[in-house]
Design a protein around this ligand. Structure first.
Ligand SMILES: Cc1cc2nc3c(=O)[nH]c(=O)nc-3n(C[C@H](O)[C@H](O)[C@H](O)COP(=O)(O)O)c2cc1C
Length: 179
């Protein structure tokens, strides 16, 4: 599974990704984590060349990211909630997936979506951030296999206090990957 982390700090998103990776790999399920914010990724210029030939003119880390996505049946996004939306790093990454969209290469892939917010579940922050990932996944015709929200995560390690929820998520991910 390919896990895409939307925050560049070693915070809640990364700590959750690391927890999932350690648990999956203890069951011999390979898991790759990428953090687009710490990679070299140009902003999409909107030239639309990729709509014609399915290739982006930029030569940067998206080449290897796109190869990885092509080879994965299931990908997972973890976004911190930023102004009730997905993170800017993930938006930049998603824009650069247009070469895959234009070839229908995302269609039918399983996607697991997680949002993390500092505010409580009763507020719409994490839900709205998750919705932005849902909206992307639906327009790319991906199969949304699982959605989850984590709340009350402000300090970088707050999520590590939610082991029951993290374990439930890991178990659900394993069920999806076993299918
Ligand atoms: C620019 C910015 C905007 C944020 N907006 C929200 C928000 O709208 N709602 C919320 O609950 N938390 C918000 N937060 C807090 C983060 O979602 C929260 O701290 C999250 O755990 C950060 O994930 P990370 O530790 O992986 O970076 C914001 C943080 C930043 C830096």
């Amino acid at each position: 599974m390919l896990l895409i982390v939307g925050s560049r700090r070693e915070g809640n998103s990364y700590n959750l990704a690391k927890y999932i990776k350690e648990n999956l790999e203890s069951k011999r399920i390979y898991c790759d984590i990428i953090t687009p914010g710490n990679q070299n990724i140009h902003l999409c210029t909107g030239c639309m060349d990729c709509d014609k030939n399915g290739v982006c003119d930029f030569n940067d880390d998206m080449k290897q990211n796109i190869d990885k996505i092509i080879n994965e049946k299931t990908i997972m996004f973890i976004t911190p909630t930023r102004w009730n939306l997905l993170s800017g790093d993930l938006k930049i990454f998603i824009d650069r997936l247009n070469p895959l969209y234009s070839k229908d290469a995302l269609k039918g892939k399983n996607v697991i979506l997680v949002s993390i917010a500092s505010k409580g579940k009763e507020l719409y922050s994490s839900a709205a951030a998750l919705d932005s990932l849902v909206s992307f996944s639906e327009s790319a015709k991906m199969n949304i296999a699982l959605k989850e929200e984590f709340n009350d995560c402000l300090v970088a390690t707050d999520i590590l206090n939610q082991t029951d929820k993290m374990n439930a998520l890991v178990n659900n991910i394993i069920k999806i990957l076993d299918k």
